[in-house]
Design a protein. Structure first.
Length: 278
């Protein structure tokens, strides 16, 4: 092969590899975008038309990626409703997150006890990047239960009482880093939200010793939340109790906070005994 032809071939190959790499990265990003949307709607499932619309994808592109996820059992499709749900492989991946699962396994019995005692809904939130993720929910016996969020839902960490309690337990530097991103994200749902409001919420939470939140999406709901720490003091999770605002009198708020604080003390003692760290 002439030298000039060899040079031409070599000049093309690196560019081709870059194109292939970029295409692969884009497909991966789209697959994760679909998985995140399915996660948010996993309790009821989600239709293909809603999936590709929410992901901003063309129908053939979304369908092709979903076929790959189905083949790997990352998602499953109900034969009757045709709705998509998370698949068994996602559960297997979750098992690899042993510390978080061990934490949830220890916390959940206390959540059930709190729900039974108060009659209200109890949520557990852990951090994932800039988000708070609901990893557990326990419902009480009161006829009107609060279903603010589903298990698996991601929200900015400053959203909700459990997330705010967790955020407020972090260092000022970490809060500043999160605020730079999450203020803009929160404005998409609440245009009037500012960094000053976030910091005021953090300061009020620290001063009270617990988070107090009236849901922006459901203003008739009121929640209180406290932070749970690992044995080394690192914030581990936020626990909250939510009820209709009309039910949450000042005295009831104080009772709910006392119940949460008692549960947290017992959980933290159990974490220390089990040697569970971040």
């Amino acid at each position: 092969m002439p030298a000039c032809q060899r040079g031409q071939m070599n000049s093309v190959r690196p560019e081709s590899r870059k194109d292939i790499s970029a295409a692969g990265t884009q497909t991966l990003q789209r697959a994760f975008a679909l998985l995140r949307i399915i996660t948010k709607h996993n309790s009821q499932g989600i239709r293909l038309v809603d999936l590709y619309a929410r992901a901003g994808l063309e129908r053939p592109t979304a369908h092709r990626i979903l076929q790959g996820l189905l083949a790997e059992q990352a998602v499953r499709q109900d034969k009757q409703t045709k709705r998509y749900f998370l698949g068994p492989f996602i559960y297997e991946l979750g098992l690899a997150a042993a510390p978080k699962l061990a934490l949830r396994d220890i916390v959940y019995p206390y959540m059930k006890s709190l729900a039974e005692h108060t009659g209200d809904t109890v949520f557990m939130t852990v951090r994932s990047g800039f988000d708070g993720v609901c990893v557990a929910r326990a419902e009480g016996s009161y006829p009107i239960q609060v279903h603010l969020i589903d298990v698996g839902l991601h929200r900015p960490l400053n959203a909700g009482a459990s997330g705010m309690a967790l955020l407020s337990a972090m260092s000022d530097d970490e809060i500043a880093r999160l605020a730079r991103i999450n203020v803009e994200r929160t404005r998409k749902r609440n245009p009037g939200f500012t960094e000053a409001m976030l910091r005021a919420n953090v300061n009020a939470t620290r001063r009270r010793g617990y988070a107090l939140n009236k849901a922006f999406e459901l203003p008739l709901v009121l929640s209180v939340g406290v932070a749970l720490r690992y044995p080394d003091g690192v914030p581990a999770a936020g626990l909250s109790i939510s009820a209709m605002a009309s039910r949450m009198s000042k005295a009831r708020q104080e009772m709910a906070v006392r119940c949460l604080e008692d549960a947290v003390l017992s959980i933290q003692a159990e974490l220390a005994k089990a040697g569970i760290f971040p």
